[in-house]
Ligand binder design. Structure first.
Ligand SMILES: NC(=O)c1ccc[n+]([C@@H]2O[C@H](COP(=O)([O-])OP(=O)(O)OC[C@H]3O[C@@H](n4cnc5c(N)ncnc54)[C@H](O)[C@@H]3O)[C@@H](O)[C@H]2O)c1
Ligand SMILES: [Fe+2]
Length: 377
């Protein structure tokens, strides 16, 4: 028995951005975006069609943090009239920030309290969101959660509520054309990780798995070509579609062990999210290779029948993109590595992982994943 649900109305294609004003349809809107020139230009284009927003939050920073979110959310309380809709124009950090603002509706303390205690969900608001992703990507345009960071205490929170699915996702691949190389790789690998993570996942279902196989296979075909031709709009469109499919896949499963490992790696070692959640993928595949788990059929559909060979190819794919799979290159020592894995496995996302603790700890990432003595539990 299984169910699959995703309520987001998808609008995909080059030039879709021009139709955003029509979608807002004269409603009072708040615009959430980054401060960079490219986004100022896009905002001006939007305003010329949709009118002036009742509020613009244009100082979003990568990896939204409690302290800034609190100040930004307060601006909604100062608004003369609450917006009918929030337009999130940017990558995962913008869309996740918009989810916080949608839930807070000017009162960040309700969000903070909910995140810290899981209490009083009823006090959270749910202003509708139109998500317009400019990276490909986090998939946040089709998920009902946002990642929030608290650097001061070194913690990461997930604000997850069914009411936080965007009402619409407007995916215009042309908006991703100016992504520089490093961002293209990191965001593409984030999407690849979402696809794999939805497969080795206790919550998987045939629809999520189908989307994940299509997404991961396409990303592995397209990303190596895209890094050679960053301005190729067809390749950008294929990546945007693949990232969207990966988003649809993990929107129903959440992520698993690679993401659980990634959060402390980002917080402690300042590694970009997309890299932190993907450099462990070959090791995870190796840890699954000798099992007879049903989900392996899907992993084989992407990487081929021989998964040890497939893991080697996945590693070569990452290395060709300039991504090391050696934890030492991110400043993670052996002791910290074992601690990371142990903690990651018991974390909320880690518990979604269907593989075995022993197999995972039994692979040495410092030695290209060759088996080693399994540490005592
Ligand atoms: N909610 C979810 O489902 C979900 C899933 C995965 C990741 N995330 C979160 O999303 C965040 C990462 O988001 P991201 O990887 O999309 O990047 P981002 O939103 O953090 O943006 C990173 C940088 O890229 C720049 N940028 C964005 N689009 C650009 C473009 N088209 N051209 C040039 N520059 C551009 C921005 O100005 C910013 O400085 C992390 O906080 C991560 O935890 C959320
Ligand atoms: Fe991710």
């Amino acid at each position: 028995m299984w169910t699959y649900r995703n309520p987001v109305d998808l609008q995909f294609g080059c030039g879709r951005f021009a139709q955003l004003a029509g979608l807002i349809g004269g409603r009072r809107y708040a615009l959430v975006t980054y401060p960079d020139a490219m986004f100022l230009e896009l905002s001006e284009r939007l305003v010329s069609g949709a009118g002036t927003p009742v509020l613009t939050v244009d100082d979003v920073q990568p990896n939204p943090d409690f302290a800034l979110l609190e100040r930004q959310a307060a601006r909604f309380a100062e608004c003369k009239a609450e917006p009918d809709v929030i337009v999130a124009l940017g990558g995962g950090s913008v869309i996740d920030s918009a989810k916080v603002f949608a839930a807070a509706a000017g009162d960040f303390t309700t969000v903070r309290r909910y995140l810290e205690t899981s209490e009083n969900a009823g006090a959270l608001s749910q202003i509708p969101i139109i998500a317009v992703p400019t990276t490909a990507g986090t998939g946040s345009e089709v998920t009902c959660w946002g990642t929030i960071w608290d650097r001061e205490t070194g913690r990461k929170f997930s604000l997850a509520r069914p009411g936080l699915y965007p009402s619409h996702a407007v995916v215009d691949p042309e908006l991703t054309l100016d992504m520089p190389l490093g961002l293209t790789v990191a965001t593409g690998l984030d999407a690849l990780s979402h696809a794999f993570e939805s497969i080795w996942n206790r919550n998987r279902n045939p629809v999520s798995t189908g989307h994940a196989i299509a997404a991961a296979s396409e990303i592995m075909r397209v990303l190596p070509r895209l890094v050679e031709q960053l301005g190729n709009v067809d390749l950008r469109a294929r990546m945007a579609k693949a990232a969207l499919l990966a988003g649809l896949a993990f929107s129903n499963t959440k992520t698993a062990i690679a993401h659980s490992i990634s959060y402390p790696v980002t917080l402690r070692h300042d590694v970009q999210h997309g890299i932190a959640c993907s450099f462990t993928l070959p090791l995870i595949v190796r840890s699954l290779a000798s099992s007879d788990l049903p989900c392996l059929e899907a992993v084989k559909a992407i990487l081929g029948e021989d998964l040890i060979d497939g893991a080697d190819r996945l590693q070569a794919f990452l290395e060709n993109l300039g991504i090391s799979t050696d934890p030492a290159s991110y400043g993670i020592g052996r002791e910290e590595w074992l601690d990371l894995i142990g903690t990651a496995l018991v974390g909320e996302r880690g518990q979604n992982f269907v593989g075995s603790r022993e197999e995972l700890l039994g692979r040495d990432p410092y030695e290209r994943g060759v088996p080693r003595q399994i540490p005592a539990q």
